[in-house]
Design a protein around this ligand. Structure first.
Ligand SMILES: Nc1ncnc2c1ncn2[C@@H]1O[C@H](COP(=O)(O)OP(=O)(O)OP(=O)(O)O)[C@@H](O)[C@H]1O
Ligand SMILES: [Mg+2]
Length: 313
C-alpha cells in the first residue's frame, strides 16, 4: 500500500488523551493522559478491567465523544478536524447493542452501505452475511434476533465500507463458541489482507492467541504497552494454586487468597516450588491439593491491573 521509502502513517495515533465525566461524587477521570500508536496491519488488543476507559477511548476515536485534551488520528486524519475522513477509515463494532428494530438484517447493512456511499455493496453484503452465519436471517427483523445474532449484525455493519482500521469493542460477548471461531477466522483473514484490527475483550485467551501487541489500561492510564510475547516472557515461570488444611501464615501465603480459597503463586521455576512447599511443611500445614500451570496473559493482566495484585507475587 505504501512506498517502502515513505514511512507509513500510523493506523491509530493517540497523544495525551484526557477525558473526565461528572459523577455523583465529583468527576471520574475516565482517561488520564493516554498516548499510544497502532501501526498499519497490526492485530492489537486493548485490555483492562471494567471501567478502565476502553470504550471511552474507542468512542473518542470514532469522533462520538470529545476528549478534554489531546489528539486522536485514524490513518493520519484528526478525529475532530477531519472527522469525515477519519470516520471513513474506521469501522467500529460497539459494545452496546443499538439498532433500529424495524429494519431487516439485510436492510440494516444496506443502509450502512448507503450512509458511507458504498456502491455495488450487494456481493460484499452477501459475503459478510455468510461469514457471520446470518444468511438465513437476512430477511428477519432486527427485533426478532437473539442477542448473539444482533452482535453479529453489529460486526457486519462495521465491515460494510471495508475500512482499513477495524475496532471491535467486546465483539464476542454473548456469542456462542462455534460462531466465535468463525468470527475470528473472518477477522484474521481481514487482518491478513491488510486491515488493522484493534480488539477489546475480557476473554484473555482470545487476545493471547490473536494479538501481536497489547495495551493494558487501568483507571484511565496505560499500565502496559508491549508485544504479547514480551508480556508473557515477563511472566515466564509456573503458576501454582495450593489448597491447605489451614490458613498459612502471611510469609507463606504472601498475603493473598483466591475466591476458591486456594493460595495462588507465580514462581520462577520448580526450585522455587520446592522451597514454597518446604515453607508449608515448616509451618506445619498440610497441602491438600496443588494445581500447576504455565503463566499466561491472564496472569500478566492480573498482576498489572488487579487491586489485589499481591496474590500473584
Ligand atoms: N457517558 C458517561 N457519563 C459518565 N461516566 C461515564 C460515561 N462513560 C463512561 N463513564 C465512566 O468512565 C469510566 C470508563 O468507562 P468505560 O466505559 O470507558 O470503561 P471500559 O473500560 O469500557 O469498561 P468495560 O470493560 O466495563 O466495558 C467509568 O468509570 C465509567 O463509569
Ligand atoms: Mg467498555
Amino acid at each position: 500500500m505504501n512506498q517502502a521509502s515513505v514511512p507509513a502513517v500510523a493506523a491509530v495515533e493517540l497523544v495525551g488523551i484526557r477525558k473526565s465525566f461528572p459523577n455523583a461524587s465529583g468527576n471520574v477521570q475516565a482517561l488520564d493522559d493516554v498516548s499510544l500508536s497502532v501501526e498499519q496491519g497490526e492485530f492489537f488488543a486493548l485490555l483492562g478491567p471494567n471501567g478502565a476507559g476502553k470504550t471511552t477511548l474507542i468512542s473518542i476515536l470514532a469522533g462520538l465523544t470529545k476528549a478534554d485534551s489531546g489528539s486522536a488520528c485514524v490513518m493520519g486524519f484528526n478525529t475532530v478536524h477531519e472527522y469525515r475522513d477519519a470516520r471513513t477509515n474506521l469501522g467500529v463494532v460497539p459494545q452496546e447493542l443499538v439498532f433500529d428494530p424495524f429494519f431487516t438484517v439485510r436492510e440494516t447493512l444496506e443502509l450502512q452501505a448507503k450512509y458511507y456511499g458504498v456502491k455495488n455493496a450487494s456481493a460484499w453484503i452477501d459475503e459478510i452475511l455468510e461469514h457471520l452465519d446470518l444468511t438465513s436471517k437476512a430477511k428477519a427483523n432486527m427485533r426478532a434476533l437473539s442477542g448473539g445474532m444482533k452482535r453479529r449484525v453489529l460486526v457486519g455493519q462495521a465491515l460494510v465500507h471495508k475500512p482499513p482500521v477495524i475496532v471491535l469493542d467486546e465483539p464476542t460477548a454473548g456469542v456462542d463458541v462455534e460462531l466465535r471461531q468463525n468470527l475470528w477466522s473472518f477477522i484474521k483473514r481481514l487482518n491478513s489482507e491488510g486491515h488493522t484490527i484493534i480488539l477489546t475483550t475480557h476473554y484473555l485467551e482470545e487476545a493471547e492467541a490473536l494479538c501481536q501487541r497489547v495495551a493494558m489500561l487501568k483507571n484511565g492510564k496505560v499500565v502496559a504497552l508491549d508485544t504479547t510475547a514480551n508480556l508473557l516472557r515477563g511472566m515466564s515461570g509456573i503458576t501454582v494454586q495450593i489448597s491447605a488444611d489451614a490458613t498459612p501464615p502471611a510469609w507463606v501465603s504472601r498475603g493473598g487468597m483466591q475466591a476458591s480459597g486456594a493460595f495462588g503463586y507465580t514462581l520462577s521455576g520448580y526450585a522455587e516450588l520446592e522451597s514454597l512447599l518446604a515453607a508449608y511443611r515448616e509451618a506445619n500445614i498440610v497441602v491438600k491439593e496443588m494445581k500447576l500451570g504455565e503463566a499466561d496473559l491472564e496472569q500478566a493482566f492480573l498482576k498489572l491491573t488487579s487491586r489485589s495484585a499481591e496474590i500473584i507475587s
